[in-house]
Ligand binder design. Sequence first.
Ligand code: HEC
Length: 473
Amino acid sequence: MNDLALFFGRFHPTFLHLPIGMLLIAFVMEIFSQFKSFQHLRYAVNFVLFFGAITSIITALMGYFLAEEGGYDDNLLLLHKWLGIGTALMAILLFLLRWAFRNNSNLTFSKTYLSLWVILLFTLTLAGHYGGSLTHGEAYLTEYMPQPLKKWAGITTVAKKKREKPADIQEALVFEDVILPILEKKCVGCHNPEKKKGDLIMADAENFIKGGEHGAIFKAGNAKESGIYISVTLPRTDEFAMPPEGKEPMTEDETKILAWWINEGADFKKKVNELKVSEDIAKILGINEAIPSAKPSIPDVLPTLNAQSAESPIIESIKKLKIDINPIASNSPFLQVKLNQDITEEKLDALQKIAEQITWLDLKRSNITDNQLNKIKNFKNLTELRLEQTGITDKGVKSLETLTNLQYLNLYGSKVSDNGLKSLEKLPHLRSVYLWQTAVTPNGVSELQKSKPLLRIDIGLDRTILDSASAKK
Ligand code: HEC
């Protein structure tokens, strides 16, 4: 296909309004000419119809060239194409008929003539509708239709929840607020539901996870082996470099952010302050100081665990108790639970029903007691537990000894002392523990470090960031 044809093709969406307008006005003139006071219009119908037919043919040709560019939904395109060709043919037929019988006044409302008009209007409307769907997506027209009308028309749409973007970058969702906007700027133009080049849509998390014609485009934890990262870092002259030549490539900062997110586990739910932020990344994100806290990304032990997904009625019933429950990732059976106030026996008992699924539990700043903590000791898949700024003592920490999958434990601002650290030695997978502003002594900490050399112990003497970040929550 040569450039001239492509150039010509691009005018299809603009030019098509001409035949639509002309054919419609020809029809309206024909109807009105039946009334005495508009009789004179009869003589102009042929003229308008002629140009309607000519411009229909030109539009169809342009459409043909535009389609050659590719990237459209095949089925929709086929429908649109034949409806468009049909419309052009009908317009020609109508004109010829009208011309041949131009002196026959009976013709105007003869059955054949009228039914041809009905067919033309029908194909014209449908062609227009499918054409619109091709460029804007199928739900474009009805997206803002009033709800009662939608119901009546049997259109079900999932109302798009418009989420307020957080003012604080620390609170921003890494994928949705940081990565997605970059993709929207540089990639989504060709990788969207209507123009899925390489069979890849990057307009939302779900499709991003699905990947393209060659499968997944990222490998969590490994940017260098992720198709998307490779494609944006290839030399610009490489034929697989993305975006293709001529389009604005990602900046170095943008590729760094992408690599950071993938290397930190490619999590779709986490906020900036939940990932490890190096100084480099912090600078790009506009964060003044790096956050020194690394929380485990989706823990690597989890996939080998065998939790069944909690039945959703169970989860719904627990949510009614004002407990915040969410899957840690879409399609994951594992749950994150937040319970920051008014902890009661009833709530803790309810959580027993999903004990196996809970993998992140957030009890920070709550009134949880040592005795109550005993109730979570059978949460065997718990990998992350937040108990900062609670009244938990060594006694409570002792009941955590059964949590063999625990990787992250935050005890900042609790009453734990050196004795409690002995319990932590029993946790085989523990990777980070936070002990700032507790009763532990440097001695106790070094004892713990000795028995667990790989454990990251944070006594956070100069850490103000995490504190201020959690104060905002
Ligand atoms: C001008 C259109 C265009 C833009 C913009 C664009 N792409 Fe592409 N992309 C394509 C085409 C065409 C293909 C298919 C290439 C092929 O099959 O050889 C493709 C394929 C891909 C693939 C391979 C998918 C698979 O499974 O085969 C990846 C990954 C990709 N693009 C990433 C990106 C990223 C990341 C961006 C933004 C930085 C981007 N693309 C921007 C046109 C585009």
